[in-house]
Design a protein around this ligand. Structure first.
Ligand SMILES: C[S@@+](CC[C@H](N)C(=O)[O-])C[C@H]1O[C@@H](n2cnc3c(N)ncnc32)[C@H](O)[C@@H]1O
Length: 265
């Protein structure tokens, strides 16, 4: 899947705040290297480097365009182009941090225990993922994709069996109970889970469509030719305008629920 860095950063403040809220809940770390999985443009990796200087820190991402942006900044961080699905920590890590990324991957029932097993004793797995898949921005996207001349092209993207991008499955992120049951027996140092619903105040025309352009829409647009793309976007935009009316001050409110997990090995 291709990422457009400028489009992603259009709502950079809103998208990156949860990553800082996650970072704020990480206390002391044992000795060992630190990793940001799906580091994107590297903003949280830079904050991790500032908080724990003199550590080996890896910012890992599969997107060359995201990493090109990241590399321009902090030379002390090792920016690595790789796929999380194949990655193993060697040596084991003191922190595996991942903001707004693991929802793109399938098989959490094996992925999360594997990440916890890649930590030194006392090490921390810190993850934030969206849990807003029943929001109209998401349900209308699925409705539009599966009802139109483009449906045959797009249906495979919604197949729960496909490996990636799994974000298009109806429920790519489990409940807090699911992650608790999975990780609590393995997290000797304890586990903390919480949900936060952010209320984003988005400016501009078709603001929710613009927001979706930065992430979830990307694999869909990649799968369509230019004319199908225009038809799809017009249909989706019209539904979004009805579901998300602009207020008198011109702002559109987008409620966005996110799940946070901090588990200590
Ligand atoms: C929504 S962005 C989040 C970026 C950053 N963590 C942030 O909070 O700004 C998701 C990132 O995950 C990366 N990603 C998705 N699947 C991946 C995979 N299988 N392996 C490595 N990176 C992946 C994407 O390239 C993208 O940079």
């Amino acid at each position: 899947m291709t990422w457009n860095v400028q489009q992603y950063l259009k709502f950079g403040g809103e998208r990156q705040r949860p990553g800082f809220d996650l970072l704020a809940q990480i206390n002391d770390l044992p000795p060992g290297p630190l990793v940001d999985l799906g580091c994107g443009t590297g903003i949280h990796a830079r904050a991790i480097a500032a908080r724990w200087p003199d550590r080996d820190l890896i910012g890992l991402d599969s997107s060359a365009s995201m990493l090109a942006e990241a590399r321009q900044s902090e030379p002390s961080i090792r920016w690595v182009e790789a796929d999380i699905r194949q990655w193993r920590a060697a040596p084991k890590a003191a922190l595996i941090y991942s903001n707004a990324t693991l929802q793109w991957l399938t098989h959490h029932e094996t992925l999360f225990p594997r990440l916890l097993a890649d930590l030194v004793p006392g090490g921390v797995l810190a993850v934030q993922m969206p849990r807003n898949f029943d929001d109209p921005s998401q349900t209308l996207l699925r409705d539009t994709a599966l009802d139109g001349p483009w449906a045959a092209n797009l249906a495979p993207l919604f197949d729960p069996q496909i490996e990636t991008p799994s974000l298009l499955r109806p429920d790519p992120v489990g409940t807090a109970r699911f992650y608790y049951d999975l990780l609590a027996p393995l997290a000797s140092g304890g586990i903390d889970l919480w949900l936060t619903e952010y209320v984003h105040q988005l400016a501009g025309d078709d603001a929710v469509l613009e927001w979706m352009h930065g992430t979830t829409l990307r694999p869909i647009l990649d799968a369509l030719d230019a004319s199908a793309r225009d038809g799809f976007l017009a249909s989706y935009a019209e539904k979004l305008r009805r579901a998300f009316p602009r207020g008198p001050d011109g702002k559109t409110l987008l409620n966005f629920r996110r799940l946070f997990i901090v588990a200590r090995a």
